[in-house]
Design a protein around this ligand. Structure first.
Ligand SMILES: [Zn+2]
Length: 410
């Protein structure tokens, strides 16, 4: 049995890597209709197999990571050891307190609305690919060589330090894989339910009750642009979260300043100003805000920094839970800059001002307005695919690297 446990991932990964180029080509060129295939029995069954392999490998990689970290801790004196190793994103990669560098936007300006075009796939997630990635990481982790005893000579110390750096990189890789697994799990379930509901109801019965991406596929397959008008409302970016800290409706009065309260442990006033600038440029000066005569103003509420001294392992999730529920929040400690719930999580690296504008849109309760579909990939299981919004391709909430807030529904 142990031998099979060892052999299965090897066979599985060899399969993935050999099929990968073929599938990749097929997906790059697949139409919306083709990519959105019934998650049939073969796809669902193989998907279960891939899932068990991915989970097993991620677990193995985590164990291997702990072992390498322990070896490293023994090899180096305390003051030379790299970042603290432990469970949870903050503790693992030590990004707490690291702010991103906000740069001016380098992408298309989108002053004039772009015409609609056939949607293009912009990203996709598949469990079998995750399995292959975790296998690669587990293998690399096992290869991190650190001598058993404490490092004595300068060469031994250099080797141990190098191993530490490699370990950090691999931890980051592993975290990305597990984050993708979470993303996949989150969307696969709801998309599968959607499929079942549609199959039960019958595809042709009431097209107006079908999810937008099915109707979109339908319109594209028939190349019937006269039906676009019907989709225009459905594809608009909208506020899907009614937040207690924002008004339910926009007032009919002349102009309104809405306060956006953000609790934060980021005290850097220069950085706070940059966030305010992004809100001002991408929301207050947008066509949407002008039409609705609305502007937003941030009210910062300073929070104390978390207590890292406590013995409990510190994860990003527990850290976020510490913020007040009745307002939005902003903190550091992420792998990259993203929004989780109503918290803007900052991570090191470089971000566009427009990306910050997009993320602030989430704090205002707006949803992403690109589309997600679920497709069967035969022996490679299922895939979650993300598509551009063909009617609003340059809308801030439909793409975080280009566009302006133009047609949002409050
Ligand atoms: Zn988004």
């Amino acid at each position: 049995m142990a031998f099979f446990n060892w052999l299965l991932p090897w066979i599985a990964c060899a399969l993935t890597f050999s099929f990968e180029p073929v599938y990749h080509f097929a997906y790059q060129n697949a139409s919306v209709q083709q990519a959105q295939q019934d998650p049939n029995w073969i796809g669902q069954t193989t998907d279960r197999f891939w899932r068990s392999q991915a989970l097993w490998l991620i677990e193995r990689a985590t164990e291997e990571q702990d072992r390498s970290a322990l070896r490293l801790a023994r090899a180096l004196p305390a003051n030379e050891r790299p970042e603290e190793v432990g469970p949870g994103e903050i503790a693992v990669i030590g990004t707490y307190g690291k702010l991103p560098d906000i740069f001016v936007d380098e992408n298309v300006g989108a002053i004039f609305p772009m015409p609609f075009s056939a949607p293009t796939r912009h990203s996709w997630y598949r469990v079998s690919l995750l399995a292959a990635e975790s296998w690669r990481t587990a293998r690399k982790l096992a290869a991190v060589r650190i001598s058993k005893g404490p490092a004595q000579t300068p060469l031994e110390r250099a080797e141990a330090l190098l191993a530490g750096r490699l370990l950090e990189d691999l931890q980051r890789e592993l975290l990305k894989t597990t984050a993708a697994a979470r993303h996949m799990k989150m969307w696969e379930g709801s998309l599968k339910d959607e499929w079942r509901a549609i199959q039960a109801r019958g595809l042709q019965s009431h097209p107006e009750h079908l999810p937008t991406h099915y109707r979109l596929a339908h319109v594209f397959s028939r190349n019937d642009t006269s039906t676009w008008g019907l989709l225009r409302e459905a594809l608009k970016p909208r506020r899907f979260l009614k937040l207690p800290y924002l008004p339910d409706k926009l007032s009919e009065k002349n102009s309104e300043t809405i306060t956006l309260p953000i609790a934060t442990d980021v005290v850097d006033t220069h950085f706070r100003r940059e966030i305010e600038d992004a809100l001002d440029l991408h929301w207050n000066r947008s066509p949407w805000a002008r039409i609705h005569r609305v502007r937003f103003k941030i009210r910062w509420v300073t929070q104390p920094a978390p207590n890292f001294e406590s013995a409990k392992p510190f994860s990003l999730a527990t850290h976020i839970e510490g913020f007040p529920r009745e307002m939005a929040s902003m903190t550091t400690g992420g792998l990259t800059t993203l929004v989780r719930g109503k918290t803007l999580v900052l991570g090191p690296g470089r971000v566009d001002q427009r990306t910050i504008g997009h993320e602030l849109g989430h704090l205002l309760g707006f949803n992403d307005c690109y589309l997600r579909t679920l497709g069967s990939q035969g022996v490679l299981g299922l895939a979650v695919l993300e598509w551009d919004n063909p009617l609003y391709p340059d809308e801030l909430m439909c793409d975080n690297t280009l566009g302006v807030a133009r047609v949002g529904v409050w």
